[in-house]
Design a protein around this ligand. Sequence first.
Ligand SMILES: [Zn+2]
Length: 372
Amino acid sequence: MTSGPVTVGGHSVDPGEKRTFRFDAGETYHGDALDIPVTVVNGDAAGPRIFLAAAVHGDELNGVKIVQEVADRYGPGDVNGALVCLHVLNVPGFLAQQRYVPIYDEDLNRSFPGNARGTMAGRLANTIYEEFVSKCDLGLDFHTSTRNRTTMYHVRADMRDPAVERLARAFGTGVILDGEGSDGTLRRVACGDGIPTVTVEMGRAHRFQTAHLDRALHCVASVLAEHEVLPGRPVSWPGWTRVVARDGEKTWVRAETGGLVDIEWGPHPLVEEGEPLFTISDHFKEDVEVVRAPATGLVVGVLESAVAYPGHPLCHFVSVDEATAAIIGDDIERGAFDVYREGGFQWPEPQWYAEHEYGPGSEGGREPHDTG
Ligand SMILES: [Zn+2]
């Protein structure tokens, strides 16, 4: 928290200084540098150091745009503390526009904290972790759904850790999926080292989705406000929160027959128990399976596949209680979700609140209540 130079990636950035550079993180077949673009904003005043990471999966681009905009938006006069903006982590994957590190198709987000003598993913993870992440106090890691899927805007966080919970709630998404994350993920390793980090998930790979980006910039500002990086600024509150427990509360809805898939739910994400979600039909429409909502809840992730086989996952589903469903229903009523499905899972406009209207541990809708 002391004011002083931020030394990351071999560069020392003084208080009151903003600097961009490319960090040499490896080599291509040509022997050219694999450069990670970095922006460091070191505020005039002391405060926490926050890293923002994008494209750990190389084709997940919404985060790349978010980091670009955050890096552009804030200067040393705006922040107490420092922003360490890592514009693209999986550079080889980004260049190839694919999820994994090419060659062995390694998942960079299963490779942390890395290995200096390992393969490309291990080395890349090691240098990112040592040079940047380990020198920060907290972090945000931006992802999207993988190819041919789309996901509702949400946060994944280890809610057992109060500092991680604070970060997750300040980000202000309606849905928070609780869990520590898989082995080797950036957030799990960082959290284990006392660097609270959450994963932000939104939309689709391979594109910039404007509504998500606007929302995310708002949410980043909210996190910065909560942690006094933006002093005197309000913290955002989404109107309702559903924390999904780690013990299998979220379910995959699967096909029981093979065939052609029609989406029946929508255009809003809220469905009632028993409502048709999908139909799966044979070519002659003789056998039609209606796949129904297992409870009243939200469709949070969808496989955009046109065909399915028995056991094929169709969507990721989260139940909500009556009170939360009523609040989401009000949002739908006032048109907040009108562009939801065709727009790629957009969210209602968030609102700023002058004061913190919730405390850690509160959950539910506008009147805090227990949604389990
Ligand atoms: Zn990802």
